[in-house]
Design a binder for this molecule. Structure first.
Ligand code: ACO
Length: 381
């Protein structure tokens, strides 16, 4: 048994391995990410979000019948409970989207009779519900805040196609569906990132999946994590023009300010999720008249390469997701909800995996305050 003196102080848990997983593998030095041994580039090019989710949850690719069965299970759960739709209609239109997502993910528990059933079978059913319903609640809130009719989910569609349909009420093009699907595959899992670790802390208390995932949404929204994709777009809009990139970047670098969409705690090489996304976002930006955004992005990347690549700082997945989402016509504050929608697959998968050999997550604290301080009565202070 470890004693307090054997504990290592590790700020930010940079050097701590907290548990085992069979879901995703990252080699930060070489820039490798695999889901169950399959490299992310192959998955982005050939897989779908549904198939990648099956892979993460089951440790292998499905055959055709299994994939069709899994898609049917998900599609049967797209619709929201009436009570949740009523809550959405009461939500202030100007509420911040990630607070809304966190609240509604938590509120799903109110309408799920199995919310406190922690059997493995019930947890898998809840994971399916969480993955299937999160896109629906995001689209429903977006419609509500714009004063538009909420569009019911269409169970004949994939998650990406259904989301774009519910959001826009127009048939999305195949390119749009594919672009969103690629982003969902790329964001589905990434080891024990901050939001996944948050979900593990919660589930390790034997709480429930809804609590774990809503806490994870809260962790994701921070600008050092999932919020960075929105930050990238804010920056691109602020720069506004390719001619202004150099001056903008010079100022940022001189002031030692961080550039959103660059750097990663684990990757000290090019983020492998950004490789295909960069190529993909170029085509999409070209097709949708947003090429100037892509050109600004590559110019920023070039300047950052000269300035900080030697420190192991390269574009991360958020950098080119920003141009992709913008080209898809998504509002700025839907960028991070897209990340949540996808990472729901990883959060739920990791929680279920962790519960197989659960251990309460409870690190020590390095107390640096005083000791033996006498208590002084209120009247004498
Ligand atoms: N721009 C400029 N310099 C950077 C950047 C950046 N984006 N990121 C790191 N650095 C520099 C830091 O200034 C620091 O330099 P110094 O040693 O000279 O002081 C050094 O690199 C180390 O940076 P830390 O922030 O200490 O590294 P850490 O591993 O703690 O942070 C993080 C990683 C938070 C992702 C950081 O790179 C960052 O803030 N990036 C911008 C936000 C972002 O894009 N987040 C998304 C991450 S990916 C994801 O969540 C999907």
């Amino acid at each position: 048994m470890s004693t307090a003196t054997e504990k290592q102080f590790d700020q930010g848990l940079v050097n701590t391995i907290a548990a085992e997983t069979q879901m995703s593998f990252i080699d930060g030095e070489k820039g490798v990410l695999e889901y169950v041994g399959i490299d992310i580039d192959s998955l982005a090019r050939h897989s779908t979000f549904e198939e990648s989710t099956f892979l993460l949850w089951n440790g292998r690719l499905p055959d055709a019948a299994e994939l069709a069965g899994f898609e049917t299970e998900l599609r049967a759960e797209y619709a929201l409970p009436e009570g949740l739709i009523a809550m959405i209609r009461e939500t202030p239109a100007d509420a911040s989207t990630m607070h809304v997502v966190q609240t509604l993910v938590s509120a799903l528990s109110l309408f799920d009779p199995e919310c406190d059933d922690d059997s493995p079978e019930a947890n898998i059913r809840k994971a399916v519900r969480l993955v299937a319903k999160t896109p629906t609640l995001i689209a429903a809130f977006d419609r509500h805040r714009k004063g538009k009719e909420i569009i019911p989910a269409d169970s004949n569609r994939s998650i990406a196609s259904n989301f774009l349909w519910m959001l826009r009420g127009e048939e999305p093009t195949e390119t749009m569906v594919r672009a969103l699907d690629v982003c969902l595959v790329l964001h589905a899992d990434h080891g024990f990132n901050a939001s996944t670790f948050t979900s593990l802390v919660v589930i390790s208390t034997l709480s429930d999946l809804y609590s774990a995932c809503s806490a994870a949404v809260g962790a994701l929204r921070g600008p050092l994590h999932g919020g960075a994709n929105e930050g990238v777009m804010v920056m691109l809009n602020e720069i506004g023009d390719l001619d202004k990139v150099d001056e903008f970047m010079k100022g940022k670098l001189e002031r030692k300010e961080k550039i959103m969409g660059f750097g990663h705690r684990v990757y000290k090489a090019y983020d492998p999720r950004a490789t295909y996304l960069k190529t993909f976002s170029e085509g999409l930006a070209r097709d949708t008249g947003n090429l100037p955004l892509y050109e600004m992005s590559t110019r920023i990347e070039g300047i950052m390469h000269d300035a900080v690549a030697s420190k192991g700082i390269f574009p991360n997945v958020d950098f080119y997701s920003a141009t992709t989402y913008w080209s898809l016509g998504l509002e700025l504050d839907l960028f991070t909800p897209m990340f949540a929608l996808s990472r729901m697959s990883g959060w739920t998968g990791h929680c279920i995996e962790y519960l197989k050999d659960n251990k309460l997550i409870r690190p020590g604290a390095a107390y640096v305050g005083p000791h033996e301080v006498p208590y002084v009565d209120l009247a004498d202070r």
